[in-house]
Design a protein around this ligand. Structure first.
Ligand code: ADP
Ligand code: ADP
Length: 225
């Protein structure tokens, strides 16, 4: 596990400033949520932490390490996207195992981890199926499971529930919360959904036009006077 720190991070694309002077520190094991209007820089922040986007200036730290120049593969960060692309020709078990195989983890350990993650997300009965034989909610759980199975130090989630219908979204959100309480990996979670932010966050970062507007606990951010 590790804390995540950004110090005065700016990312420009030619004449567009995607994020500017972003500074915050997520303590080890906490669950922080990033909110703000479309285009305010939420995805860019996650991508800079994951190493999928270079930065124009500033510092990105994971644990004690400045990782600006560390490639994504070596950052020990797992990211789950909104459109959770699973490998269509692999079974659920093979999808869950993939990230571990890439890292040359021993087959016996891969098997144990896949089974453990499948139990925790209630997908053990689906291990032999292919993605197209699963519902949207089941696919999303497999995508989460694939990231969790790697046992990353940092977990980045970009609107992971937004493609689910209301009931599944509630169920999966509740499971995510329980999972975090059990495992406690440092997590940064992007959403447009106030209920998700309220129920999941230790702290919420409100972004506007690429800048941090406010950081606080859910009841401070969503206080109605
Ligand atoms: P969302 O609002 O769901 O976060 P966006 O439309 O902002 O999605 O971005 C989707 C993807 O397109 C991201 O990977 C982002 O980096 C990229 N992107 C967004 N705006 C531009 C742009 N002006 N030029 C090139 N790529 C862009
Ligand atoms: P959000 O996730 O909050 O919707 P993004 O981080 O995707 O916002 O984008 C922030 C801003 O940066 C937007 O104005 C977007 O158009 C711009 N942007 C993102 N990626 C690129 C890119 N690859 N090239 C040019 N502009 C980009």
């Amino acid at each position: 596990m590790a804390n995540v720190k950004l110090t005065e991070v700016t990312r420009k694309f030619n004449n567009v400033t995607a994020i500017e002077d972003i500074t915050f520190e997520v303590p080890d094991g906490e669950f922080w949520v990033l909110v703000g209007p479309s285009g305010c820089g939420k995805s860019t922040i996650l991508r800079t932490i994951a190493g999928l986007e270079s930065i124009t200036s500033g510092g990105v730290y994971i644990g004690d390490d400045l990782v600006n120049h560390v490639p994504a593969r070596q950052r020990d960060v797992a990211m789950v996207f909104q459109n959770y692309a699973l490998y269509p020709h692999k079974t659920v078990a093979e999808n869950l195992a993939f990230g571990l195989q890439m890292r040359k983890v021993e087959p016996r350990i891969i098997k144990e981890r896949v089974e453990k993650v499948a139990r925790s997300l209630d997908i053990s009965h689906l291990l032999d199926r292919k993605p197209k034989q699963l519902s949207g909610g089941q696919q999303q759980r497999v995508a989460l499971g694939r990231a969790i199975a790697r046992e990353p130090k940092v977990f980045l989630l970009d609107e992971p529930l937004s493609n689910l219908d209301a009931q599944l979204r509630d169920d999966t959100r509740a499971e995510l919360k329980q999972l975090h309480q059990r495992v406690g990996v440092t997590t940064i979670y992007v959403t447009h959904d106030q209920v998700e932010a309220m129920t999941l966050a230790d702290k919420i970062i409100v972004l506007n036009r690429g800048k941090v507007q406010q950081i606080g606990e859910p009841q401070q951010i969503y206080a109605y006077p």
